[in-house]
Design a protein around this ligand. Structure first.
Ligand SMILES: [Zn+2]
Length: 67
Protein backbone atom coordinates (compact mmCIF):
# COMPACT_ATOMS: atom_id res chain seq x y z
CA UNK A 1 0.00 0.00 0.00
CA UNK A 2 1.23 3.46 -0.81
CA UNK A 3 1.95 5.93 1.95
CA UNK A 4 -0.41 8.73 2.78
CA UNK A 5 2.10 11.25 1.50
CA UNK A 6 1.39 10.02 -2.02
CA UNK A 7 -2.23 11.06 -1.70
CA UNK A 8 -1.89 14.28 0.25
CA UNK A 9 -2.74 17.27 -1.92
CA UNK A 10 0.00 19.80 -2.55
CA UNK A 11 0.07 23.16 -4.34
CA UNK A 12 1.38 21.27 -7.38
CA UNK A 13 -1.43 18.75 -7.17
CA UNK A 14 -4.43 20.51 -5.62
CA UNK A 15 -7.33 18.48 -4.38
CA UNK A 16 -9.12 16.99 -1.44
CA UNK A 17 -8.01 13.91 0.43
CA UNK A 18 -9.80 12.16 3.26
CA UNK A 19 -8.45 9.16 5.14
CA UNK A 20 -10.02 6.97 7.77
CA UNK A 21 -7.47 4.33 8.70
CA UNK A 22 -9.89 2.21 10.71
CA UNK A 23 -13.48 2.42 11.98
CA UNK A 24 -12.22 3.32 15.43
CA UNK A 25 -9.75 5.95 14.28
CA UNK A 26 -10.75 9.55 13.66
CA UNK A 27 -10.87 10.60 10.04
CA UNK A 28 -8.24 12.99 8.79
CA UNK A 29 -8.52 15.25 5.82
CA UNK A 30 -6.48 17.75 3.89
CA UNK A 31 -7.40 20.09 1.10
CA UNK A 32 -5.33 22.28 -1.19
CA UNK A 33 -6.99 24.49 -3.75
CA UNK A 34 -5.43 25.97 -6.86
CA UNK A 35 -6.39 29.39 -5.43
CA UNK A 36 -3.85 28.86 -2.66
CA UNK A 37 -6.20 27.93 0.16
CA UNK A 38 -5.12 25.00 2.30
CA UNK A 39 -6.82 23.26 5.20
CA UNK A 40 -6.48 20.18 7.33
CA UNK A 41 -8.90 18.55 9.73
CA UNK A 42 -8.92 15.70 12.21
CA UNK A 43 -12.08 14.03 13.46
CA UNK A 44 -15.14 12.86 11.59
CA UNK A 45 -17.19 16.02 12.11
CA UNK A 46 -14.28 18.33 11.36
CA UNK A 47 -13.43 16.43 8.19
CA UNK A 48 -17.04 16.54 7.07
CA UNK A 49 -17.03 20.32 7.55
CA UNK A 50 -13.75 20.55 5.63
CA UNK A 51 -15.17 18.61 2.70
CA UNK A 52 -18.37 20.64 2.64
CA UNK A 53 -16.50 23.93 2.82
CA UNK A 54 -14.06 22.92 0.11
CA UNK A 55 -16.66 21.63 -2.30
CA UNK A 56 -18.85 24.70 -1.69
CA UNK A 57 -16.12 27.32 -2.08
CA UNK A 58 -13.06 25.76 -3.72
CA UNK A 59 -11.98 23.29 -6.34
CA UNK A 60 -14.61 23.04 -9.05
CA UNK A 61 -16.72 25.62 -7.21
CA UNK A 62 -14.44 28.31 -8.62
CA UNK A 63 -15.62 27.33 -12.09
CA UNK A 64 -19.26 27.48 -11.04
CA UNK A 65 -18.71 30.97 -9.66
CA UNK A 66 -17.43 32.10 -13.02
CA UNK A 67 -13.97 33.07 -11.75
ZN1 LIG B 1 -10.04 27.93 -3.85
Amino acid sequence: MRGMADLTPTPDRPGLHVSKPSPNAPATGSAVCHCGATATATGDNQVRALVEGYTANHGSAHGRAGR
